[in-house]
Design a binder for this molecule. Structure first.
Ligand code: TXE
Length: 493
């Protein structure tokens, strides 16, 4: 096996102080694909010290926007020259089909270039205040040391989404990938070093959530923490971040509705509904995991959807033409399978899939045949809880009012889609859906230009777009006195 994957702290590639290592498992066959150093609290403390010293020194935050833009473009250029290599490594570690991994690399490049382009655009505000001798303005400044914690479902893309705006704004950072998928993050940091991101600006710490992640959330010298992951973990991070009242952004779970009215082309809606739930093996925070169908098309729609779902090409991610791959880990697969048992016990009708695939090519991997549960009722656990796998819960509605009620009957509010040729109705419904990312007559397409994040228990704050850059800045008001006089408050004696 090749060399042990290292952490990048203060411009040096280092092993964890504890000397511990962690095996990285490939979900396609359960084999060890790499070993990486296993950081702990003390490694975070060292990385934070480097990030703080670098921020306080001031050289980095005083680089011009054009200098930082050149660095971000440099990272994007190097990624663009190695798309196949990054995609293959992501597929090896995460299991997703190569087509998906390749798309993730393109999205990462787009995100880096978007923020490279955004940072020298006009920003700030100027106010007309009641005193004609005062000039009042607002400028945005970097926050300081940021901590970033990302999950395993889009390892490289999540790194790009987090690092690009953070560095663009002039912060320094301590970044933690998921312990399950550290490999593309290590390669990305090699690129950060190659393009000349100064030592101490961007630090990579590897390790578990309970140790490294927890310390990032708690550390008193980290002024902002940004997290993508499950709602339960998000809650822990928010609690841990209270010590120094960190600025916080959380992108959490979802149970998003995909609503189909009977006036929309059935074939096309089936196609989008499949994409909504089964893309990335259903391991997508914004997945359309609740399908709401108008009663008039319910049976025909489900018949066609089950037929097409059974024909999805499931294969190891590096196989030619693979459309779905394995789930991320044995533990996660078992969690998903347990939800399928819960669905059966709750009385939902399983139309297809819902079992571990055991044919010889799949036997050692974590493959689950995509499942559709029909006849679900609003309070079933499979309707209310995020399963984060290829499991769809289908409900029937009669009219617009019922569709909206069912769509909002959840603690989450990340995403939602509606399909209807009646644009007025589609617009009424989507405006009534309490979610941060929505579509009409589509599901999933999103771009770095537009904000990403949720209502309710799906999170706090927004990534991407101009909002995503704002999340990495403090707002400062500056007042300039143009008059030569005194304050006039106390008599001069
Ligand atoms: O995610 P976690 P897990 C959901 C999905 C899934 C569930 C659990 O429903 O079934 O979460 O998955 C780090 N302090 N999503 O356990 O725990 C961890 O090391 C600080 C939704 O894999 O959210 C990793 O880097 N950090 C989702 C990151 O948090 C901690 C994506 C994500 O892990 C920590 C993934 C702690 N106490 C899962 N505990 C989405 N919204 O896209 C863990 N971590």
């Amino acid at each position: 096996m090749s060399e042990i994957g290292k952490m990048y702290i203060d411009g040096q590639w280092v092993l964890a102080k504890s000397g511990k290592t962690r095996d990285v498992i490939g979900p396609a066959d359960g084999q060890i694909v790499a070993a990486v150093t296993e950081g702990d609290k003390e490694d975070v403390i060292e990385a934070v010290a480097a990030a703080k010293a670098t921020f306080d020194k001031g050289d980095w935050r005083r680089t011009t926007p054009n200098e930082r833009a050149a660095l971000l473009h440099g990272i994007a250029d190097k990624l663009a020259a190695r798309i196949d290599e990054f995609a293959a490594l992501e597929t090896l570690n995460n299991g997703k089909p190569l087509r998906d991994s390749t798309y993730d690399v393109y999205d990462s490049i787009d995100c880096l270039r978007y923020y490279a382009g955004l940072i020298n655009k006009p920003s700030g505000q100027k106010y007309a205040v009641p005193n004609p001798d005062m000039e009042a303005m607002v400028v945005r400044e970097p926050i300081g040391v940021c901590g970033q914690i990302v999950p395993w479902n889009y390892p490289l893309m999540m790194a790009a989404w987090k690092l690009a705006p953070c560095l663009a704004a002039g912060n320094t950072v301590v970044f933690k990938p998921s312990e399950l998928t550290p490999l593309t993050a290590i390669k990305l940091f090699e690129i950060l070093e190659e393009v000349g991101i100064p030592a101490g600006v961007a630090n990579l710490v590897l390790g578990a959530g309970a140790t490294v992640g927890q310390e990032i959330a708690e550390n008193m010298d980290i002024e902002k923490v940004a997290f993508t992951g499950g709602t339960v973990t998000g809650r822990k991070i928010m609690t841990a971040a209270t010590g120094n009242l960190k600025n916080i952004s959380l992108e959490l779970g979802g149970k998003s509705p995909c609503i189909v009215f009977d006036d929309y082309d059935l074939e096309k809606a089936v196609d989008w509904a499949m994409f909504a739930i089964f893309c990335n093996q259903g391991q997508v925070c914004s997945a359309g995991s609740r399908l709401l169908l108008q009663d008039t098309i319910y049976d025909a729609f489900l018949e066609r959807m089950a037929e097409r779902t059974k024909r999805i090409r499931i294969a190891k991610g590096d196989a030619e033409g693979a459309e779905m791959g394995p789930l991320i880990s044995e533990a996660h697969m078992n969690k998903v399978l347990s939800y399928i048992e819960i669905g059966k016990e709750e009385g939902a009708r399983l139309l297809c899939g819902g079992y571990r695939m055991t044919e010889p090519e799949f036997a050692d991997g974590y493959f689950v045949a995509p499942a559709i549960f029909a006849d679900c009722t609003p309070d079933m656990r499979i309707v209310q809880e995020e399963i984060f796998g290829p499991v769809l819960a289908v409900q029937k509605f009669h009219d617009e009012e019922e569709a909206i009620f069912l769509a909002n009957h959840t603690a989450y509010g990340l995403a939602g889609g509606v399909f209807s040729n009646d644009l007025s109705r589609a617009m009424r419904v989507i405006k009534a859906v309490r979610a941060g990312i929505t579509w009409i007559n589509a599901y999933h397409p999103t771009y770095p230009e537009a904000p990403w994040g949720g209502y309710k228990q799906s999170g706090i704050g927004r990534e991407l777009g101009t909002f995503g850059l704002d999340e990495y800045t403090e707002i400062k008001q500056i007042n300039i006195n143009l008059a030569p006089g005194n304050s006039g408050w106390f008599e001069i004696r």
